[in-house]
Design a protein. Structure first.
Length: 198
């Protein structure tokens, strides 16, 4: 990694910490520069404003979302196996400490700024749901009973996020259950299939 890229990354990392600790509105460029161990001039060479730093954090999250390798529905494979594989890929991403930290930063802002929330949630990286695609294809293939695939996917996500996102996001804790991650994923899939499998 080039020195300029290392400095840019250190600035972003420092901004994440500053935004987490003080919120976006109370965050200060001089503190971000101090954390990153760069001059304010160097910081402004990379990012013209605090808002540009926030936008960069959003772009990092979107790029991470887009980089997850999702499962494409295969009618020749059991739907249970495919949903488990897809859920494992999603959980590996959304339960990651860095991902959770980045999301905490932007969540605090879109709770305050509804227009920003609409802007973020309307992006293709957010609106495109691979799970909904799998469910839709499985319904068309007859592996799942006919229903609204978007609604079914929302039910599915609610199950998974209850165990793997909210405890970590809100409390910084693992799911408070004795089951392993694999067992919880399998239970979520089986509950979903109990409702939708033909």
């Amino acid at each position: 990694m080039k020195l300029t890229d290392m400095k840019r990354q250190s600035i972003v990392d420092a901004a994440v910490l500053e935004f987490q600790e003080n919120g976006f509105s109370a965050a200060r460029i001089n503190r971000i520069a101090e954390r990153a161990q760069v001059s304010k001039r160097t910081l402004y060479n990379h990012f013209e404003s605090k808002e540009a730093l926030f936008d960069e954090i959003v772009e990092i999250i979107m790029a991470r979302n887009a980089s997850v390798r999702h499962v494409s529905y295969d009618p020749n494979q059991p739907i249970r196996d495919q949903l488990i594989a897809e859920t494992e890929a999603i959980v590996a991403e959304v339960a990651d400490d860095t991902y959770i930290g980045l999301n905490r930063v932007i969540a605090s802002e879109y709770l305050r700024d509804k227009e920003l929330a609409r802007k973020i949630f309307s992006r293709e990286e957010v609106t495109t749901d691979p799970v909904s695609g799998i469910i839709d294809a499985a319904m068309k293939a007859g592996a799942l009973r006919q229903a609204d695939p978007t609604f079914a996917a929302s039910q599915y996500h609610a199950l998974v996020k209850h165990f793997f996102v909210w405890p970590h996001f809100l409390l910084g804790e693992a799911p408070p259950f004795p089951q392993s991650k694999t067992e919880i994923i399998e239970e979520c899939v089986d509950m979903f299939l109990a409702r939708y499998e033909t």
